[in-house]
Write a protein that binds this ligand. Structure first.
Ligand code: FAD
Ligand code: PHB
Length: 388
């Protein structure tokens, strides 16, 4: 088998890259080790930056998102029992965010890919990369009992944090930066209309909570928990109790519904530098992880492949490597901004250090500053909606 771009991983990064390349008439093969059903059902992010919505729309995968996505012009920050609105649209000269589940984006991208007739293989095994230092890289894998060798011009490592691409880069050239947080998020999907029109990020002395949504009928809710907790220790009534305690303010109650799904996510910051080695280009979670408090993970993944698709198009059409050479540096500038923002939101809103009173006072002071100072609110808003 031969292609121009071998794409490892059919998450948002790999599937978006495949579509952007398709629009430019560039061949790719996408290989994914999970099943289509698994990939389409994996519940993760929900908030899209305006620039990401615009990119997906321009790439021809925005039709259902335009119909079903919920456009939000603000978010709410809650602390000390008070709720404060951050008017994203006014503070950023008109930018908004769209609430549309990652599962739905992935379904739209898979349907578009299959309709294009270009290859997308699920349930591949034994994926190995060869020759990334040479100009003839190759991806070996097995599929339905047959071994394949996929020769290509470049490999896009879109295989997430636990993938095989990043470890292929020699340890001597890869530098990694990590921060583990002493808590996780317990998330539920519930069959109930969201109790608020906008997202609520709540700081509470029992821990952080977030009200989000997937549709006018489905709520998505999170509570801060200890890392490594067993979901079996969280029966539904315990989750609702914590959500009520952390989210409710006088005159506002949280509506309950049937829990459709629940899970615990660890919180981590991680960056691998550089994002390119030879003919291998890392994208999305394969290169960097952010804690979800800033809603940046999926957005960063799409922004990476936007740059990569542009750079590959110029190179494959005109032979110029300038953009490919700039890929890692250009991505990392945006990535580190999102790393800082996500870390900052996380440390401002979560219960830290076993409730150390000094840390609590600092957090409350910071939150008051953000909701009372125009420049501070603008700083949060412009990071939240994303930089173009
Ligand atoms: P992924 O979505 O991880 O896709 C990588 C793909 O590669 C997967 O389909 C995987 O199966 C496949 N793969 C792995 N290894 C191989 C291999 N060897 N061969 C072939 N394929 C392989 N972000 C937010 O903004 N908000 C959230 O609420 C949020 N919640 C999250 C919850 C969880 C549990 C996780 C893990 C992440 C969450 N994120 C969230 C982050 C966000 O979902 C990711 O940033 C986003 O999925 C990144 O997309 P990606 O395509 O880079 O990686
Ligand atoms: C979500 O809806 O899943 C969501 C929203 C905002 C975040 C993280 C997750 O910051």
């Amino acid at each position: 088998m031969r292609t121009q771009v071998a794409i490892v991983g059919a998450g948002p990064a790999g599937l978006t890259l495949a579509q952007l390349l398709h629009v430019e008439g560039i061949d790719s093969v996408v290989i994914e080790n999970r099943s289509r059903e698994y990939v389409e059902a994996r519940i993760r992010a929900g908030v899209l930056e305006q620039g990401v919505v615009d990119l997906l729309t321009a790439a021809g995968v925005g039709e259902r998102m335009a119909r079903e996505g919920l456009v939000h012009e603000g978010i709410e920050l809650q602390f000390a029992g008070e709720r404060h609105r951050i008017d994203l649209k006014t503070l950023t000269s008109g930018k908004t965010i769209t609430v549309y589940g990652q599962t739905e984006i992935v379904k739209d991208l898979i349907n578009t890919r299959l309709a294009s007739g270009r290859p997308l293989l699920f349930e591949v095994d034994d994926v190995h990369l060869d020759g990334i230092d040479s100009d003839r890289p190759c991806v070996r894998f097995s599929h339905q009992g047959t071994t394949h060798e996929l020769d290509c011009d470049v490999i896009a490592g879109c295989d997430g944090f636990h993938g095989v691409c990043r470890p292929t880069i020699p340890a001597r050239v890869l530098r990694t930066f990590t921060r583990e947080y002493p808590f996780g998020w317990l998330g539920i999907l519930a069959n109930v209309a969201p109790s608020n029109d906008e997202l609520i990020y709540a700081s509470h002395d029992r821990g952080f909570a977030l009200l989000s949504m997937r549709s006018p009928q489905i709520s998505r809710l999170y509570v801060q928990c200890r890392p490594g907790e067993d979901i079996a220790d969280w029966p539904d009534n315990r989750i609702w109790e914590e959500l009520h305690t952390r989210l409710e303010i006088p005159g506002w109650t949280l509506a309950e519904g049937r829990v459709l799904e629940k899970g615990i996510t660890p919180m981590r910051s991680f960056v691998a530098e550089p994002m390119r080695h030879g003919r291998l280009f890392l994208t999305g979670d394969a290169a960097h992880i952010v804690p979800p408090t800033g809603a940046k993970g999926l957005n960063l993944a799409v922004r990476d492949v936007q740059l990569l698709a542009e750079a590959l198009t110029v190179w494959l059409r005109h032979g110029s490597e300038t953009l490919l050479d700039a890929y890692s540096t250009s991505c990392l500038r945006r990535v580190w901004r999102a790393e800082h923002f996500s870390w900052w939101m996380t440390t401002m809103l979560h219960t830290l250090d076993d409730g150390d009173p000094f840390a609590v006072r600092l957090q409350e002071s910071q939150l008051r500053y953000v909701v009372s100072s125009g420049p501070a609110a603008t700083s949060l808003a412009e990071n939240y909606v994303g930089f173009d």
